[in-house]
Design a protein around this ligand. Structure first.
Ligand code: GUN
Ligand code: FE
Length: 436
């Protein structure tokens, strides 16, 4: 056993949805087993010592949707979704056929995520089996907790700059990768089946993917109802193939993609029957607010969806989103609830609070991945996925450090007032210090 202790202000999400603050807190963990041994108060300190408390300790952040090969394409201002994919994103993803490049970008991606406090990430690689294998290899090396999948697409719609694998090859490659990587690295790595979106998948590919993912009890990730032109395009594409479906969600219902382990990214344009299908299936919605603004996709009505009791988690969706920071994502999620109110001014809803946003980015995300017995909060017996934050003097200038609301507002809105200085994943120090 190698015991390690951290002291500081602990900010900890709780089962009842609250976020607790422990002043003068202490977390002890075993860096060999990775398990948390103690959470509580450190030795008594005087008021004066408390005033200069050095660190804030939070559980590792959980990013439920992003794209590894797209990181070099962030902040490329662009058109809306479909032309952006064709003109910027597909050409970037094709470069992953170069495995040396794929390794470099994967390293850059996970380094950036960890340095921003993300300890669990759900990500798409590219259509290439070998590059997806490389992404897993790099994730293993860096010790991040990750769900990764090969992008499944078996139709190019004249948009894709290289030949796409056939349906059967998509399935075989994904299964081979799942066999090799699922539950590897002490369970830190999992395979996730990743049919890109209905526009790039035939009904056969969707059906086959759903069948094998469910047989093997895997998670599935895809995109749904992100952009109005995309919704129309997909509907007419499937109608032309004589699939009688009233909405795009019915394509996923018909192919059996919906289910308790299905993560549906974006979901901006959903009718009541679609929400009922999603609710009934137990699928989860992944809100990507930064991307929704950046690509002019729109504003997801989070409060409306919550009224259907559909679990909602957060994703950065790089490169639709320009940042891998989950604090940035939390801020945009809060601001989006205000914008939705401005649009629907006849029915204003309470906007998302910093505590709710933080809960969703930690314990809420862990619950969506069925990992809440292991991660998502700082509790004895859980894995030590911990982020250590050093507030700069102006952090305290803006906000009172006795109060959880103030600290979270500061963390979410004022990233220039603190630095993330250490990140532990399963008790191991995984932070890459900038040596320049
Ligand atoms: N829909 C299908 N593929 C993508 C993608 O790579 N990014 C986003 N934001 N939406 C998608
Ligand atoms: Fe995406």
């Amino acid at each position: 056993m190698v015991k390690k202790q951290l002291t500081g202000i602990i900010i900890n999400p709780k089962e009842n949805g609250n976020v607790e603050l422990v002043q003068n807190g202490l977390v002890e963990f075993d860096s060999e087993t990775g398990k948390i041994l103690k959470v509580g108060k450190s030795k008594e300190k005087s008021k004066k010592e408390l005033a200069k408390e050095e660190f804030i300790i939070i559980p590792g952040l959980v990013d439920l949707h992003s794209h590894i090969p797209q990181l070099p394409g962030v902040a490329k201002n662009a058109d809306e979704l479909l032309p952006w994919l064709k003109n910027h994103i597909f050409p970037l993803e094709v470069k992953f056929s170069d495995l040396e490049y794929a390794a470099r970008v994967s390293k850059f991606f996970f380094t950036e995520a960890i340095s921003l406090g993300t300890t669990t990430i759900v990500a798409y690689a590219s259509v290439h089996k070998e590059a997806t294998d490389v992404a897993f290899e790099v994730a293993k090396e860096m010790g991040i907790r990750a769900f990764i999948g090969k992008v499944m697409m078996d139709r190019d719609l004249k948009r894709y700059p290289e030949e796409l694998p056939l349906m059967s090859r998509n399935i075989k490659d994904s299964l081979d990768l799942a066999k090799k990587w699922h539950n590897s690295n002490n369970g830190m790595l999992q395979y996730i089946f990743s049919p890109r979106f209905a526009a790039s998948c035939t009904m056969k590919l969707l059906e086959k993917t759903a069948a094998i993912a469910k047989e093997g009890d895997f998670f599935i990730q895809t995109h749904l109802a992100e952009n109005q032109s995309e919704v129309k395009f997909i509907k007419s594409l499937f109608e032309r193939e004589r699939h009688r479906v009233p909405t795009n969600t019915h394509i996923f219902k018909k192919s059996d993609i919906l289910g308790e382990k299905t993560l549906l990214a974006h979901c901006l344009y959903l009718s009541t029957p679609e929400l009922l299908l999603i609710q009934e299936s137990g699928s989860k919605i992944i809100h990507c607010p930064t991307s929704n603004i950046f690509l002019q996709s729109g504003f997801m009505p989070l409060r409306r969806y919550e009224s259907y009791d559909i679990p909602i988690g957060f994703g950065t969706d790089v490169a639709g989103g320009y940042s891998l920071s989950m604090f940035n994502c939390m801020r945009d999620a809060i601001e989006t609830t205000k914008i939705v109110n401005l649009i629907n001014d006849n029915r204003p809803q309470p906007f998302l609070t910093p505590q709710e946003a933080f809960w969703k980015a930690t314990l809420g995300g862990a619950k969506i991945l069925n990992l809440d017995s292991k991660i998502g909060s700082i509790e004895i017996g859980k894995e030590a996925d911990l982020v250590v934050i050093k507030p700069e003097p102006h952090f305290k200038f803006y906000n009172n450090t006795d109060d959880v609301e103030s600290i979270l507002e500061n963390l979410i809105y004022l990233p220039h007032t603190y630095k993330i200085v250490n990140v532990f994943i399963a008790g191991k120090d995984r932070f890459i210090k900038n040596t320049n």
